[in-house]
Ligand binder design. Structure first.
Ligand code: ZN
Length: 329
């Protein structure tokens, strides 16, 4: 049975439908995109003559610079960091550098490995893979010095991370850190470094893959060690040259750019010989500013590539211009 429907009711319903169609906001088709909260793969690539150079991020570590920096005061540190919009507890980059010479693959420093636990730094291998290489591809590891955030990435869980690599380091760092008897020569705050060094080097020593070098040695065509002893007994810069272009890998010359560029005399508790470390910094900054040298630094904000300018009584860091054209054939 059909109920009788009055024409007036049909007209009212049609109007309501029209109104609803015209005025209502369509329901969203899907929920908001979830936030991703990961960073881009940690590598930055450039050409240096015929060499391909890739800055690799090991991640960051947040450190209390007001408590670690010496030959200054916490107030001074806070002021200088404040000028850079940073807090005294500062997130600090840990950078390494990969050099493909065309015939050999070299890694300068290895990051912290598991030294700081599973979530702080320790990302070097991930960055290396993202950059298109595998740990097995590394022919030579060059260490700027033996300190956990530069050398502990050699070995994880007792296994060599770079199983085909020869490890090269200045003889003075090798002989110092790999001999526990030297503990008595330094402050207790450095003692943990001896056990860390032993663990990091063990699998490479077992296979005869550690080759210390003399200061100033030419290690490979275009790669030379420059002795900058002070921060550690064998701290070394690596000078990389190809087709007239030059890059200087500074290791730990700088720990706190925003403090040590304006005041190069400021030192850090990690320095084994802080007076000598400060001298090396003064000299290296002066030379880099005069010559406009391209620098790669371990603890300047990733990728840690840039140049130095004089500024007042100190210096200024000028990061490299982001470049894609530089990679073209
Ligand atoms: Zn260091």
């Amino acid at each position: 049975m059909h109920r009788a429907i009055r024409p007036a009711a049909i007209a009212s319903a049609a109007l309501l439908l029209l109104a609803a169609t015209t005025l209502s906001v369509p329901a969203p088709a899907h929920a908001a995109a979830p936030q991703v909260r990961t960073q881009a793969p940690g590598y930055y690539r450039m050409m240096l003559g015929q060499f391909e150079v890739t800055a690799l991020s090991d991640g960051t570590a947040t450190i209390p610079l007001d408590k670690l920096l010496t030959r200054t005061s916490p107030t001074q540190v806070e002021r200088l960091l404040g000028d850079a919009y940073l807090q005294p507890k500062t997130e600090t980059s840990v950078n390494a550098f990969l050099i493909n010479t065309g015939s050999q693959l070299l890694l300068v420093d290895t990051g912290a490995g598991r030294l700081f636990g599973p979530t702080v730094a320790g990302r070097l291998v991930k960055s290396l893979r993202a950059a298109g290489y595998q740990p097995e591809d590394i022919d030579v590891v060059l260490l700027t010095h033996i300190h956990g955030d530069h050398s502990c990435g050699l070995t994880v869980d007792g296994q060599a991370v770079f199983p085909n690599a020869v490890v090269r380091v200045d003889r003075h760092d090798h002989d110092f850190w790999l001999n526990e008897q030297n503990k008595e020569r330094v402050d207790a705050s450095h003692h943990h470094g001896f056990a860390e060094a032993a663990a990091a080097f063990a699998p490479y020593i077992a296979k005869g893959r550690v080759q210390p070098f003399e200061p100033g040695a030419e290690l490979l065509p275009g790669i030379r060690a420059l002795a900058t002893h002070g921060h550690t007994p064998g701290h070394t810069f690596y000078e990389v040259q190809s087709q007239g272009q030059r890059l200087l890998l500074w290791g730990d010359l700088i720990h706190a750019k925003d403090v040590q560029f304006p005041q190069p005399g400021v030192t850090i508790r990690f320095d084994v010989d802080d007076a000598r470390a400060a001298q090396q910094r003064q000299q290296a900054l002066r030379t880099a500013a005069r010559e406009g040298t391209l620098i790669g630094a371990a603890h300047i904000s990733f990728p840690g590539l840039g140049r130095v300018r004089p500024a007042g009584k100190g210096y200024l860091w000028v990061p490299v211009n982001y470049s894609l054209d530089g990679l073209k054939e």
